[in-house]
Design a protein around this ligand. Structure first.
Ligand code: ADP
Ligand code: MG
Length: 703
């Protein structure tokens, strides 16, 4: 029987919540803390010490032995280094546990081996972690014991960002400032802050751990590098939203409990399209907390899977031929007095504000479609974007019929006097119609879709941090708001000026709207005609970070310096090259040590079978035919292996990260595919008993 779970009791059990702080801290200290959370600034050392002590006492009561600054270097993963609370024993030999304000607020983890793209030479390797006071402190609980984790930003000695959090926080500041200017123009004097909210839906695969361990490609590369499709794939749509199997159900139950304890609002769970694929969605929250929590979701998925004899695959494309995994990034903007700027609202007045916001977002996405695309690229996502299962690599916006119609009316006549689906509106200044929520249909093929009161950015890869995409989104929209506010604040007739601006932006940027089928090949042509950028691979997108327009954007809003951008580019090229290098080596090893020996053995058995048939005086046609086919494919495999080896050798000799990455993409990946093809064909005709590791069928259908 399922044991009883009391969500209210366990929720945020391992989080140092505001409620816990309020209980444990003197009023003035708590007040100072909340002031800094809401308005920024620095804590006094007295407050920092008091908070650190309360935090340590709370953690120790719960059984924590260590603390750690928890950060997100450019690897895309999280990093931690544990320090126990112990200090020098006193004269009587008694241990006094210590945790000071300065240890809470700042750390120096060394951490010189993390990628910095040249920002840190090893001789000046100082890296600092600084407490992100707006993201809750939590206790991580695993075999190591209980560790108090402090979410931190990671910067160099000179303050350059070495992580995914710092730029995200900077972008939140930028959009807050500019969005406030917009709401002020509409007479909202109450709001003091505008915050981007994010809900990240996480897709993942679960496979049996024993079988996983027999697949070196999954172990080293996180995806299968060989494997023929089983007789059945996802064509029946019988897994999608299907009944959750017992073993998976037990995993999900355990997962939810672990996440709830960490204060992660795990909300929705279901089976996804591909066999063995699932999804989890939390309730949306402030974007930096959502980014931290998404990291915790990914970590917890892996950890809990292990407990159930399963392995969680977060790679964007673990299996060729069935759907891969993504991460839908749902994004909206809310004022601290409760207005969602992306909510079409019910009064025409608010509609004008909404339409201005929409016009600005159209402008932002059109102006920086290249950057958005870049923000969603990682090595794994190259297998997914544009592959008929995920959005294309071309960024466009989907608004739904009704909203698109409103935009078109505004573009054509400067007024939107009616709503599709019957609504008729008054003319005058309130020329802008009331929009019905949920009057939008779905378009699963769109990379950036309006879904009622938020935009859903669907390109992000399943294993990637959502830090980058949200940094870009916030920044490009902040810029559009800033430009609009500059004009509107100076206007003599606000109503007229806002009307003109909406019309102008919508007209100028209407090419970004596409409500059709993003999977259709005609879209590629159409997008080209419209002048929209098409950046098919991760490497095509890297250079967008340092175009003149990007540098100007990032520097103006204080998100990245040019040096930071250059360093990020370098890390991306290096990561790409290293990842494909590992995949290539892994393929060679599997081919040499497992596949070729197994197939040679099979060929030997077949030739013995030919002789046996001859001796028995019966036909050897089938045996001989099979032997010929196996031998031909085996030769093809060997030739492909030799080619891959020589390509890898050339790549290894390359020094320049960019040149090397391009070589891996254009030459090594091609050689890898050439090796896979005969191997997969061999799998289809080789005795299953002899095949040296579990097949797609074993992995996908027998979880
Ligand atoms: P959909 O079916 O449109 O994808 P869901 O209600 O399932 O929408 O939500 C998907 C994700 O979007 C969830 O993580 C949810 O919390 C998040 N979400 C819902 N409303 C908003 C909003 N206003 N801003 C940001 N994220 C949101
Ligand atoms: Mg969704």
């Amino acid at each position: 029987m399922a044991d009883k779970i009391n969500i209210e009791e366990i929720f945020a059990e391992n989080v140092f919540t505001y409620a816990t702080m309020k209980e444990r801290l003197p009023d003035d200290v708590f007040g100072e803390f909340m002031h800094v959370v809401e308005n920024g600034g620095e804590l006094s050392s007295r407050a920092a010490d008091a908070i650190a002590k309360a935090m340590k006492d709370w953690a120790v009561e719960l059984g924590a032995t260590h603390y750690s600054h928890w950060f997100q270097p450019l690897t895309g993963f999280t990093a931690e280094k544990h320090d126990s609370f112990i200090s020098h024993p006193n004269k009587a030999g008694k241990m006094l546990l210590e945790f000071k304000g300065k240890e809470l607020v700042k750390g120096e983890p060394d951490a010189s081996s993390f990628p910095s793209g040249g920002l840190r030479a090893t001789f000046e390797a100082r890296g600092y972690t600084a407490w992100d006071i707006t993201s809750p402190v939590f206790i991580k609980e695993d075999a190591t014991g209980k560790i108090l984790c402090i979410p931190t930003a990671f910067c160099s000695y000179k303050g350059e960002a070495l992580d995914k959090k710092t730029p995200l926080l900077r972008s939140m500041d930028a959009i807050n400032k500019q969005a406030l200017r917009i709401v002020r123009l509409f007479g909202n004097t109450k709001a003091t802050k505008v915050t981007p909210s994010v809900g990240a839906e996480q897709e993942y695969f679960l496979v049996d751990r024993e079988r996983y361990l027999q697949r070196d490609d999954l172990v080293y590369a996180g995806r299968t590098l060989f494997g023929a499709l089983p007789p059945k794939g996802q064509e029946m749509d019988d897994h999608y939203y299907g009944c959750i199997r017992e073993r998976i159900g037990a995993f999900m139950k355990d997962l939810n409990v672990e996440l709830w304890k960490l204060g992660v609002t795990a909300k929705t769970q279901h089976n996804e399209v591909a066999p063995a694929q699932h999804e989890l969605a939390p309730i949306y929250e402030t974007s930096n907390v959502a980014a931290d929590h998404n990291q915790l979701v990914m970590e917890t998925l892996k950890k809990v899977a292990g407990r159930h004899g399963l392995t969680c695959l977060l790679h964007e494309k673990p299996f060729q031929g069935v759907n891969g995994s993504g991460k839908h990034n749902n994004w909206s903007l809310t004022t601290d007095n409760g207005v969602n700027l992306l909510d079409p609202g019910e009064t025409p007045n608010e509609n004008i504000q909404f339409l201005l916001v929409l016009a600005c977002i159209m402008c932002a996405v059109d102006r920086h479609a290249d950057l958005l695309r870049q923000s969603a690229s990682d090595v794994g996502n190259d297998h997914r974007l544009g592959a008929d299962e995920a959005p294309p690599a071309i960024v466009s916006m989907f608004l739904g019929e009704q909203l698109e119609d409103v935009v078109m009316q505004l573009v054509e006549t400067g007024e939107a006097t009616h709503l599709m689906e019957g609504g008729v509106l008054e003319t005058g200044v309130s020329t802008l119609p009331d929009l019905l929520k949920d009057a939008t249909d779905r378009n699963r093929t769109s990379p950036f879709a309006f879904t009622g009161n938020k935009f859903e950015f669907r390109m992000v890869g399943s294993s990637d941090s959502i830090g980058d995409p949200n940094t870009i989104l916030n920044t490009i929209v902040a810029q559009a708001f800033c430009d609009a506010a500059d004009r509107l604040e100076a206007a003599e007739d606000f109503d007229l000026a806002v009307h003109d601006l909406i019309k102008e932006y919508m007209t100028k940027h209407q090419r970004i709207i596409f409500n059709g089928n993003g999977y259709a090949p005609e879209w590629v042509e159409e997008a080209k005609r419209r002048g929209l950028p098409n950046l098919p691979t991760m490497l095509d997108a890297v250079e967008t970070l340092t175009t003149e327009k990007s540098i100007a954007l990032f520097e103006k809003f204080g998100i990245f310096t040019q040096a930071e951008l250059e360093s990020r580019k370098d890390v991306l090229y290096e990561t790409f090259a290293k990842t494909i290098h590992i995949e290539g080596k892994c393929m060679m090893e599997i081919a040499k040590k497992k596949l070729i020996p197994a197939i040679v053995f099979y060929a030997k058995e077949l030739s013995e079978a030919v002789i046996a048939a001859k001796n028995a005086g019966v036909s050897d046609r089938v045996q001989r035919d099979l032997l010929e086919r196996v031998t031909a494919l085996l030769e093809k495999m060997q030739d492909a292996l030799v080619l891959l080896e020589s390509e890898m050798q050339i790549a290894e000799g390359m020094k320049d990260h960019k040149e090397c990455a391009l070589f891996y993409r254009d030459r090594v990946k091609v050689a890898m595919e050439a090796l896979r093809e005969p191997a997969d064909a061999l799998e289809m005709i080789t005795d299953k008993e002899i095949w040296p590791f579990p097949t797609y069928g074993d992995l996908l259908f027998e979880v």
